[in-house]
Design a protein around this ligand. Structure first.
Ligand SMILES: CC(C)(COP(=O)(O)OP(=O)(O)OC[C@H]1O[C@@H](n2cnc3c(N)ncnc32)[C@H](O)[C@@H]1OP(=O)(O)O)[C@@H](O)C(=O)NCCC(=O)NCCS
Length: 245
């Protein structure tokens, strides 16, 4: 087994404390300590034994080390939501955009979801109202922007969970189409496809090389291909700088 320096030992104890108090998941701990492979192996074995014990004793059969709750954000969540945006993007502009959208009547109805691991807010997703100009049909449309996961919690599937829960709630509330401008390798994993080639144009022109970043998903089957036009978005998002990838 590897030997710890004093600083490593203190970092290890702090990481264990965070894990055992439910502030972070076991996967986070493993990643944090990935340099200490001997300890990780023993911890993994210990975790397996602990889960088996908990299941067998019937005390916490639903124990999940990655336990995440996704909730609709309320006014009291705002400081946490803005902190998540700042941490994920490492700048203030997305936090400012979120605050502006939450106060923008033209963004309504909106859906704002916060993901918490234990008490800690680790993710946020916002969907705001949009319209399809020139469409003869009365469609209910949402725009996904932004999606943010704090750096320590990235690549654990949280972004995907927030998207899935958001789409589920939007479908229940009768939304027909959801648009997003984002990573073209990421959103297709969650059901989005390029929108431009379907005749659904972004609010501001997207350069040809980034055309794949403007995407759509239908929540009511059979709509795509039957409607076309330009998407109009909430006033707070209606600025060209938000539409450059
Ligand atoms: C992009 C983001 C929302 C993804 O959330 P996440 O919870 O980390 O992602 P998931 O765990 O659901 O999915 C992970 C996969 O997404 C892909 N992915 C993550 N970030 C990506 C990025 N910036 N570009 C392309 N693909 C990305 C990876 O392929 C990753 O798979 P891998 O671990 O096998 O390599 C998150 O990393 C984030 O908040 N980043 C900073 C802010 C941002 O860019 N927001 C999106 C604006 S469109």
């Amino acid at each position: 087994m590897a030997e710890f320096t004093r600083d490593e030992a203190l970092a290890f104890i702090e990481a264990m404390r965070l894990t055992l108090t439910g502030k972070v998941g076991f996967k986070w701990l493993v990643e944090k300590l990935s340099g200490l492979s001997g300890y990780i192996e023993s911890l993994s074995a210990e975790n397996t034994r602990l889960n088996a014990y908990l299941d067998a004793s019937g005390t916490r059969a639903d124990y999940d080390a990655y336990d995440v709750r996704i909730l609709e954000a309320t006014a009291s969540d705002l400081p946490d939501v803005l902190a998540v945006e700042r941490a994920a993007f490492n700048e203030d502009s997305e936090a400012e955009l979120v605050e502006a959208l939450l106060n923008d009547p033209t963004a309504q109805p909106l859906l704002s979801l916060v993901a918490r691991q234990g008490d800690i807010a680790v993710g946020h997703i916002l969907f705001t109202a949009a319209q399809l100009k020139e469409s003869p049909r009365d469609l209910s449309i949402a725009l996904l922007a932004p999606l943010a996961i704090v750096p320590d919690a990235q690549r654990q599937g949280l972004g995907g969970q927030l998207i899935a829960r958001g789409l589920e709630l939007l479908a229940e509330s009768g939304v027909d189409l959801v648009f997003v401008l984002g990573h073209p390798e990421y959103y297709p994993r969650h059901g989005f496809e390029p929108a431009g080639r379907l005749g659904l144009t972004a609010p501001y022109p997207i350069p040809e090389k980034d055309a794949g970043a403007w995407m759509v998903q239908e929540l009511r089957p059979g709509i795509l291909g039957t409607v076309s036009g330009t998407v109009a978005i909430a006033d707070a998002l209606d600025r060209p700088e938000y539409w450059r990838e």
